[in-house]
Design a protein around this ligand. Structure first.
Ligand code: SF4
Length: 59
């Protein structure tokens, strides 16, 4: 399991995303201010994403 930190480029909030990755798959995204942070993390890291628990989308 690996942890990555990137800034979401989805809007000017620029949330700092903490992303848990295993076998090139995103398991969890934290720090996102909205659900777009999850898809943006996926695009920015070019990884597959499992749909994280709904709580992960909350700040
Ligand atoms: S997670 Fe949502 S609120 Fe945060 S920067 Fe990305 S798009 Fe904007």
């Amino acid at each position: 399991m690996e942890e990555k930190r990137i800034y979401c480029k989805g809007c000017r909030n620029g949330c700092l995303l903490k992303i848990t990755v295993k076998n090139q798959t995103i398991l969890q995204v934290e720090g996102n201010g909205c659900r777009r942070g999850i898809s943006n993390a996926q695009k920015q890291l070019e990884l597959t994403a499992l749909d994280p628990a709904p709580d992960a989308a909350k700040k």
